[in-house]
Design a protein around this ligand. Structure first.
Ligand code: 5GP
Ligand code: MN
Length: 338
């Protein structure tokens, strides 16, 4: 198991013992790990007799609605006042699955001005030193793994409920593509075996996430791979770019395109895949990057798309039209030296 300095673990345990009201916040476009780690921690705090609220910057996909507590999550984009009040009143603000408050966009000023203690739990590179306690390990497969690790370190395993265990399993599963990448550490399978003792049904969790899509999503994937995928053989790269109206044609809502970016990597000669998605609401292009091997998505994201992330999975944004973003990508992929 990954470990943290005992002094930090003791401080965390003390903050939890002394506090009553805990707010947990994660990144925009919350994914399975952002949701799973946040809701898993919230559930555990509630089992400990505390009050916990999860604040998300914006909408999360429908196929995470089954997670325990998902119905009670406060969306900042819908209820900014409620989110602001909670952040201001919290004894402790937990920041999960982010390396900096800027990953929460509009929630950032609320985090920075919060008077409560701040705790960061995350597995992204280069954590910003803004929190009183930072639990950051880039080796971790997911933030959910780190939440479990901290619960164990605080002797809190008994208080973890089956529903909390489901949340943490979901986060570990989604951040590793159902344990197909970034998941060779034996700790991961030790943790899974511990979660199974809580009675979770991991096969059902897989189906609830990966076999629970709309018809539109499957048809959009067919369309995107058949009609829209560009290949760059010299760079072993691929690009899919989708307009808002293309996604609307298939009734796609946010989050439903997750996973599409991984598909070109199924080809034997592709080691870098990019997905550009027009986001009309935010007036920008959202960029997802994935790679296999040593190709540094995070460097590519930082140099060309105002982003960052992990070596093999990064994100960013482009301010301009989708066509301009595609041209920008084409130039970038030619000149980038991995
Ligand atoms: P996604 O393609 O799923 O949006 O993002 C892939 C990964 O990159 C996720 O782990 C996400 O947290 C991270 N990521 C996305 N955008 C940014 C960014 O602007 N900065 C950093 N540091 N990480 C990002
Ligand atoms: Mn994560």
């Amino acid at each position: 198991m990954l470990s943290f300095p005992q002094t930090d673990v003791d401080k965390l345990a003390a903050l939890i013992a002394e506090g009553d009201f805990f707010v947990i916040v994660c990144h925009t476009n919350p994914d399975g790990d952002a949701m799973g780690s946040s809701l898993g921690l919230a559930d555990w705090l509630v089992q400990k007799g505390k009050t916990a609220m999860v604040v998300v910057p914006d909408m999360f996909p429908d196929f995470f609605q089954w997670l325990s507590g998902a119905q009670d999550v406060v969306r900042y984009d819908k209820y900014p006042d409620k989110a602001a009040l909670a952040m201001a009143m919290a004894d402790v603000v937990f920041c999960l699955d982010i390396n900096s408050p800027n990953r929460t966009e509009g929630v950032e000023p609320l985090i920075r001005s919060a008077k409560g203690h701040k705790v960061l739990i995350d597995h992204h590179p280069e954590p910003e030193a803004f929190a009183e306690l930072t639990f950051s390990r880039t080796q971790a497969c997911s933030t959910s793994e780190l939440v479990f690790t901290l619960i164990e370190a605080m002797d809190g395993f008994d208080a973890l409920s089956k529903k909390g265990a489901e949340c943490l399993y979901c986060g570990m599963m989604t951040d590793t593509g159902a344990f197909t990448f970034n998941s060779n550490r034996s700790d991961i399978f030790y943790i899974i075996s511990r979660l199974l003792t809580k009675g979770i049904d991991k096969d059902s969790i897989y189906r609830r996430v990966f076999n629970n899509y709309t018809e539109g999503r499957l048809r959009l994937i067919g369309y995107a791979l058949y009609k829209k995928m560009l290949l760059f053989p010299d760079q072993k790269a691929s690009l899919i770019a989708l307009t808002n109206s293309e996604m609307a044609r298939f009734n796609i809502v946010k989050g439903e395109t997750d996973g599409l970016v991984n598909m070109p990597l199924q080809m034997k000669n592709v080691r870098f895949s990019a997905f550009l998605r027009e986001d009309v609401e935010k007036g920008r292009i959202n960029v997802s990057l994935r790679s296999v091997g040593t190709f540094p998505c995070n460097r590519f994201a930082a140099e060309y798309f105002n982003g960052g992330g992990h070596l093999n999975a990064s994100g960013g944004r482009y301010y301009g039209t989708l066509d301009e973003a595609v041209e920008h990508f084409k130039k970038a992929v030619q000149e980038f030296v991995p």
